[in-house]
Design a protein around this ligand. Structure first.
Ligand code: SF4
Length: 1016
């Protein structure tokens, strides 16, 4: 007999009642009905979902009541961890455990509201009023400002004056609609939370390995022998994922090492902790690389066969005194031509397998890291030579084939003006140790928000398209130019070079966008996509608002006032908007940016002329759909209740707005209506697209009968595709996002799979959800076997060559080429190997280099005093004057998260607000005593941009470090409070942070900037 969980509860509860009653001797009808306490979940409906906060993606069981009768709404009244979930196994951290209070928060929005220009209050309006008015504002702005042709007469079809911030916790299905909505309108000023969190991860890992995602997955951490946690604090920020670190430590005897400016919660359970100055991680990692090379503790066979160590670099590539060759001082940019291989007549990269050629990557790397001696690491980072060399030795212990180290990091590495280069250094380190593609290895980017991986996959960034394809630029005037520039040639004889299939991914995406209207004759609608002229990342958006060049802003599940750097600048920028539309479940600081909240938001409502709309949306618990966790698992979840009051699903809000815009263009005409009216929006109810039909579209389908090379029918017209290998560039397939192809096949919704069996015991659960690409659980897994196809480590075998094919526990990340076929394991790279030298893919250098944070506590760079900070970091002219110097702001500040709160959401949940009611900052005992600050005092922390006030926590966790001969103290600033929510009112921490960003991803430097402090 098969029992559902619900039936099981009923039987158990009944059984318990019967036993108890019998044992007490009460056999009359009295007891059973009148006295036995009801099990509280007895009548509940149980629904599976995933936590909406961080990217661990913990499983949740939600219990709701409501008899589904007309006008009766289901209400969720209990949530607990899903014991079947392979990662969380029933656990929830304090954030997940408090999620019921978020769902029922007093600050959940119930109905649409409007704030008139200059007004100091909200007024309730109907959905029709809201949609009609917003559509009118959008159309008027678009018609007035749409750019069909640029100054050179090239068709660019872009709309720059209204922007959109896309959510990071909404489902992929909402994300697909966001993509179709924005791009068909020609919007270029779109971005998502990835810009502010893991943008540098993609910028660093894709140029190294070929893809920009976490290489392994949460459970796989248990297979590691060494765990390095640096640039993150997994115990605090990803508590349930962290259980796999403890599993490695207790069951696999792993050594856990934490390197961090603070002795944090991860450090508290680590085997070794070493302090480091915030903003000096690249120097530390390059020092480790130097140690490995100096001491010959490298997995040589792996390095020779699987990295570009042997490839020969052009003679004109140079690194001199802090600058790489090709630097243009005026443009603050590099010409990257010299950062490339020497090629033979066939265009293949030259190699020297002996590694003796002076221009081969191996020797250039040796020269480059030579300066990073333990003493130099000590001088730059403050880490003692003894601690540093001990950590080098621990990591080096994994240079043998049968030991692996994993590296876990998060925003501690991404939030720097040279953040991508820190991650590059970590990736290079792991390659030298032979730890990529291995179980228990990898560079594991612990993503932040629950679906920011998904929104990155879907390309919801200003210059991206789905599946990591770029949005066309003005430099690509026609389809042929564009597609040839983005389709790389192979740099080796037999290399897979999987991006050679780009035309198939692109054409299939265009068929998903524009259906029958996208034809070979019109280049699949190429000109309907906007062409960008400049970056439109969030910092640029703020800049353009201040210049009066962005008039309208749609903010979906995002809190820019709390998230963008330099809150006061953001506040001035938002106040310049003509209209702003906030789609959110909660009353955020951003929707109330025009309200006066004392020192915390010192604005004059009457002076702000922005029309603001606040549209209440559903939250995760009230929607069906998929989200992608950090390990790339697309997990489908189900709604347990309807949204409260008049709140609507995001898809319905977008559907109604989109259809209203279409109606207006049909009635009135206007600027470039074609892409909007031709967009494939053929949902059963176009005003309310259903997640399931969008998810099927995301996967893709056959638009004609498809045959393989041998003439066998592989998919009939109208059938779901089973793999991106079936995609075509002749218009016979559609797929919104090629990496998601395989997620919803003819066999059904693979993301809804819930078989948690782990047949090999290594934490690989291929039957649970669906992992992109192709349900692979560990990327680059071909590298887990030696060149002959034998696993480097039999205990951790992922794949092996069985004489005919690649077999094993994971889907091979490889072609079916036999060992010895000269096909490299990094199939997304043109040269088939991973890059120690990243050729021309990054904006700030093919090797990492230590640059000081833009606000440096030492005001120099001991390696090259003429080039102190990154010479190509993103900084706008007017912001330069807003950068502080150490004489007035002598202390390093670093922002971070705490376990009980998630960014600026959980302060709306009562349980979490009770756990952490009051804003605080952390300072070390030495600094506190110098400043006369006692624990619990209210202090004022000031940067060049503003100040916050908070309670002081005086701690041993932060210590004074000696950097370049001077004492440097650090102040820790949790980022969670604001002037909305259930906590006590507080200041937004980004009031302090500088508007400066990484050269590759423009991600702001929240982790290392200068402040001063005093008792308030
Ligand atoms: S916040 Fe993260 S670790 Fe905590 S329950 Fe949610 S998904 Fe799990």
């Amino acid at each position: 007999m098969e029992l559902s969980r619900r039936q099981f509860f009923r039987i158990c509860a009944g059984g318990m009642a019967g036993t108890t009653v019998a044992s007490l001797g009460f056999l009359s009808s009295f007891s059973v009905h009148a006295e036995t306490r009801q099990y509280k979940l007895l009548k509940a409906k149980e629904t599976r979902n995933n936590c909406t906060y961080c990217s661990v993606g913990c499983g949740m069981l939600m219990y709701s009541l409501g008899d589904s009768a007309k006008n009766v709404k289901e209400s969720i009244y209990h949530i607990e961890g899903d014991p079947d979930h392979p990662v969380s196994r029933g656990s929830l951290c304090p954030k997940g455990a408090g999620v019921l209070d978020y769902i029922h928060s007093e600050t959940r929005l119930q109905y649409p509201e409007y704030r008139a220009p200059g007004s100091d209050k909200w007024q309730r309006i109907s959905w029709d009023e809201a949609i009609n008015r917003i559509a009118r504002l959008m159309k008027d702005d678009r018609d007035a400002n749409f750019i069909e042709k640029n100054a050179q007469g090239l068709t660019v079809n872009r709309w720059t004056t209204t922007g959109m911030l896309c959510s990071s916790a909404a489902s992929n299905e909402t994300g697909i609609l966001d993509g179709k909505f924005t791009r068909s309108l020609g919007m270029v000023a779109i971005d998502c939370q990835a810009r502010l969190c893991h943008g540098p991860t993609v910028s660093a890992l894709a140029p190294t390995f070929g893809r920009g995602a976490m290489t392994n997955n949460w459970v796989d951490i248990k297979n590691a022998n060494v765990v390095l946690i640096m640039g993150g604090n997994a115990a605090e920020a990803h508590p349930v994922g962290f259980k796999w670190v403890i599993e490695a430590q207790t069951k696999n005897d792993a050594t856990v090492v934490v390197v961090d400016p603070r002795f944090n919660r991860s450090a508290a359970v680590a085997d070794m902790y070493a302090p480091i100055r915030a903003g000096s991680d690249t120097a530390f990692l390059l020092g480790v690389i130097r140690y490995l090379l100096e001491n010959n503790r490298v997995q040589h066979e792996y390095v020779r066969h699987y990295t570009n160590a042997s490839l020969i670099i052009r003679d004109d590539y140079q690194f001199d005194d802090g600058l790489f060759s090709g630097y243009d001082d005026k443009k603050r940019q590099y010409d990257k031509t010299s950062w490339f291989y020497q090629l033979d007549e066939q265009g293949h990269a030259l190699r020297d397998e002996t590694l003796s050629h002076p221009r081969c990557v191996w020797n250039l790397l040796k020269n480059h890291v030579e300066r990073y001696t333990p003493e130099m690491v000590n001088r730059l980072c403050g880490t003692s030579v003894a601690d540093f060399t001990r950590i080098c030795d621990i990591l080096a212990s994994t240079s043998v084939p049968d030991r692996t180290a994993t590296i876990l990091y998060a925003l501690g590495w991404t939030h720097h003006s040279a953040g991508a280069q820190i991650i590059r250094a970590a990736a290079m380190l792991q390659l030298l140790l032979g730890n990529i593609g291995m179980a228990g290895g990898g560079v594991n980017a612990l993503r932040g928000h629950s679906n920011i991986q998904g929104y990155t996959d879907l390309g919801l960034l200003s210059t991206n398209l789905p599946g990591y394809m770029p949005l066309p630029s003005e430099k690509q005037p026609d389809y042929q130019t564009y597609i040839s520039q983005i389709t790389p040639p192979a740099l080796g004889v037999n290399e897979v070079n999987y991006w050679q299939n780009t035309p198939k991914f692109f054409v299939s995406m265009m068929k998903s966008f524009w259906g029958d209207h996208a034809t070979a004759e019109n280049n699949w609608g190429y000109d309907w996509l906007p062409k960008w002229d400049r970056l439109y990342d969030v910092m640029t958006q703020a800049e353009l608002m201040l210049e009066g060049k962005i008039n309208g802003y749609i903010v979906q599940g995002f809190n820019p006032l709390a998230a963008f750097p330099d809150k006061n600048k953001s506040s001035r920028a938002l106040a310049k908007l003509k209209y702003m539309v906030v789609i959110d479940p909660l009353a955020t600081e951003s929707s109330n940016f025009w309200q006066h909240h004392g020192e915390m938001n010192d604005v004059k409502p009457e002076a702000i002329q922005t029309e603001v709309f606040r549209l209440p949306s559903s939250c995760f618990a009230e929607e069906d759909g998929s989200i992608a966790n950090s390990g790339r698992w697309l997990q489908w979840h189900w709604a347990a209740a309807e949204p409260p009051g008049e709140a609507l699903h995001d898809a319905k809000i977008l559907g109604r707005l989109y259809m209203r815009l279409r109606e207006l263009y049909q009635q009135e005409g206007g600027a470039n209506p074609e892409p909007l009216l031709n967009m494939r929006w053929d949902y059963k109810d176009p005003y309310d697209p259903h997640p399931e039909e969008i998810a099927r579209e995301g996967n893709g389908m056959a638009l004609a009968d498809l045959y393989d090379d041998k003439g066998q029918l592989i998919a009939k017209k109208g059938q779901q595709l089973s793999s991106f290998a079936q995609l075509r560039d002749d218009g016979s397939t559609s797929s919104f996002c090629w990496v998601y192809c395989g997620s919803w096949t003819e066999q059904g919704n693979q993301m809804a799979n819930r078989d948690n069996s782990d047949p090999y015991g290594l934490g690989c659960t291929p039957g649970w959800a669906w992992s992109w690409p192709a349900n692979r659980r560990i990327l680059y897994n071909r590298a887990s076997a030696d060149p002959s196809g034998k696993p480097w480590d039999a205990k951790r075998a992922l794949l092996h060559w069985d004489g005919k094919k690649w077999a094993g526990m994971d889907v091979a990340d490889y072609s079916q080429a036999a060992p010895g076929s000269n096909v490299g394991p990094f199939i997304m790279n043109q040269e088939g190997v991973a890059r120690l030298f990243s050729i021309d893919k990054m904006n700030d250098g093919p090797f990492p280099e230590h640059y000081e944070p833009i606000e440096s506590p030492i005001g120099t760079n001991p390696l090259h005093p003429d080039v102190i900070s990154s010479p190509v970091a993103r900084i706008y002219h007017d912001d330069i004057a807003n950068m502080g110097k150490a004489d007035a702001f002598p202390y390093v500040a670093t922002t971070y998260s705490i376990t009980e709160l998630f960014r600026h959401w959980t302060k709306h949940a009562l349980l979490n607000a009770i756990a952490q009611p009051d804003q605080f900052i952390e300072i070390g005992e030495a600094l506190a005593s110098q400043k006369g600050i006692a624990a619990g005092d209210t202090v004022k922390v000031m940067s060049k941009r503003g100040y916050i006030k908070a309670k002081a926590v005086v701690t041993k966790r932060l210590q004074t470090l000696t950097i370049d001969g001077r004492a440097v103290d650090t102040i820790g600033i949790p980022c969670h409070w604001g002037f909305e929510g259930a906590t006590r009112k507080g200041f937004l921490a980004n009031t302090l942070t500088p508007s400066v960003g990484d050269a590759n991803s423009q991600t702001p430097e929240y982790k290392a900037f200068l402040v001063n402090i005093e008792r308030a």
